[in-house]
Design a protein around this ligand. Structure first.
Ligand code: OAD
Length: 227
């Protein structure tokens, strides 16, 4: 049974990572155009670098929760048949033990050099314009997919969706494409589709099954029931 699991900010909410669109979400108080677009970065790189520096530093204060752990256990049980495609830029899936993870929107703990195009594991701040470890040019940016940029590894994701028997979306508002369209594709090729969310999302009616509740409860339950 091949399972593709799409995760969004809701899976990390109970770990203490802010979601984007809930009340007190990350975008409240932040202008998305300023901190999450290439134009915003060009206009005010310092503001953008500091925004992601803060979020990167916050990773040290949070831990995976029962939902991340349940998905890691599922992968241990079923191996390569389980793929996590996450929109999250935190590293909580990896810290829970998941190995087969695609970060379609990039990662906080990665730096991308705009001069040499190389990526580097990055835990330090970037607002002080550090030199690229590869080419020495001080031209690093967060390795995050901003609005207007193309998500990573879309070919692999599409292949996995086309071969999926089960597609599960966890803790995502389904407001952002292409991820919001994955349920339609998976459904079209015959996968059973399940949504796990605190509240129904705008895509709920497209799923065969919807389980409402906090991720730390519904994800372990769904994994148990799958056994
Ligand atoms: P959103 O903030 O849009 O949605 C969070 C979802 O999580 C909502 O549907 C909530 O109902 C749900 N939720 C909140 N707490 C939960 C809990 N404890 N258990 C289960 N569900 C819970 O976040 P995303 O859908 O991930 O992109 O946002 C998608 C993309 O928009 C992000 O990756 C980001 C943003 O712009 C980039 O930065 C490129």
């Amino acid at each position: 049974m091949r399972i593709v699991i799409l995760t969004g900010a809701g899976i990390s909410a109970e770990s203490g990572v802010a979601t984007f669109r809930d009340a007190d979400g990350l975008w409240e108080g932040h202008n998305v155009q300023e901190v999450a677009t290439p134009d915003g970065f060009l206009a005010n790189p310092d503001l953008v670098l500091r925004f992601y520096d803060e979020r990167r530093a916050n990773l040290a204060t949070v831990e995976p929760n029962a939902a991340h752990l349940a998905l890691a256990e599922l992968e241990q049980r079923l191996g390569d048949d389980v793929l996590v495609v996450t929109q999250n830029v935190d590293d909580l899936h990896e810290r829970a033990g998941s190995k087969n993870v695609i970060h379609m929107h990039g990662q906080l703990r990665s730096a991308l050099c705009m001069a040499c195009d190389e990526r580097f594991t990055w835990d330090a701040p970037m607002a002080n314009d550090p030199a690229c470890p590869g080419c020495a040019v001080p031209s690093l940016r967060p390795d995050i997919v901003w609005f207007g940029e193309i998500p990573y590894r879309m070919n692999e994701i599409q292949d996995a969706l086309l071969a999926a028997d089960v597609f599960v979306a966890i803790g995502t508002s389904s407001e952002v494409y292409p991820a919001a369209g994955f349920v339609a594709l998976a459904s079209e090729v015959g996968a059973r589709t399940v949504e796990l969310n605190l509240h129904p999302s705008r895509m709920s009616s497209h799923f065969h099954e919807v389980m409402e509740g906090p991720a730390s409860e519904v994800v372990p339950r769904w994994v148990r029931e799958l056994a």
